[in-house]
Design a protein around this ligand. Structure first.
Ligand code: FMN
Length: 219
């Protein structure tokens, strides 16, 4: 879709919130077509409505769209990702008992690593350090808002952090000062597949009233 075909003001505005939450699965197979900058701005604006400690709004968004720069980033992400998940992935592929949904998820993650340079937008979320520590937790509400906004406007997106093993080098490349490291990389683009409900355990296995009880405990 080109910028002229999209009504940036209206796109995504009528998507029911809870349905969007339930169907915002990680979309890692992306088309290489460009995403209008105004739409990137729109999903980042959703990020700015997140809560933050003392309303300090610690986030900085850097959207990398230029192909040469994406290739540079993707090379490092791939290296980091292979070192991190490679051995576990090989074990999983060889294990007939490995849950198929988890294997599918791993394959998707691997696909993203192999094709990251094709994702038209590499959106980095960075933020202020506090007491010399990166404040990842302070950025996650903004990150989740952006993922949900992508869902609403029909963009595919996922949350990744594997680039952080090359963090300092990548941050310098992005022009981020040492005091505001990048915490997440959201590859964004038009999805090849569809949104849908991701596999999740029932809330009934996760929710307890008044007191937690181990499975099998008597009431
Ligand atoms: C803190 C955090 C870091 C993650 N880092 C990565 C990553 O580096 N690469 C990746 O492919 N998936 C990463 N994921 C996992 C996916 O983004 C996704 O949430 C997960 O696979 C579930 O996908 P689903 O919602 O489609 O079931 C990360 C998730 C979280 C919460």
């Amino acid at each position: 879709m080109s910028a002229s075909e999209i009504d940036i003001e209206r796109i995504g505005e009528d998507v029911p919130l809870l349905e969007a939450i339930r169907t915002a699965r990680a979309i890692r197979r992306l088309r290489p077509d460009p995403v209008p900058k105004a739409l990137i701005r729109k999903v980042c604006e959703a990020g700015t409505y997140a809560p933050s400690g003392g309303n300090r709004q610690p986030w900085i968004f850097v959207a990398v769209t230029e192909p040469g720069r994406r290739a540079w980033i993707a090379e490092r992400y791939r290296k980091a990702f292979r070192a991190y998940i490679g051995p576990a992935f090989e074990r999983a592929e060889a294990d007939p008992e490995f849950p198929p949904a988890s294997l599918r998820n791993m394959r998707g993650a691997l696909h993203l690593a192999e094709h990251l340079h094709e994702a038209p937008v590499h959106l980095f979320v960075a933020g202020w350090k506090r007491r010399a520590e990166p404040q990842l937790q302070a950025l996650f509400p903004a990150i989740q808002n952006i993922l949900l906004a992508c869902r609403a406007v029909g963009l595919g997106a996922s949350l990744t952090t594997a680039h952080r093993s090359f963090g300092a080098e990548i941050d310098a490349y992005l022009g981020l000062p040492e005091k505001t490291p990048s915490c997440a990389l959201l590859p964004i683009g038009w999805p090849q597949g569809r949104y849908g409900r991701p596999p999740r355990a029932s809330v009934d296995e996760k929710l307890f009233f008044e007191r937690y009880a181990e499975a099998g405990d008597a009431d």
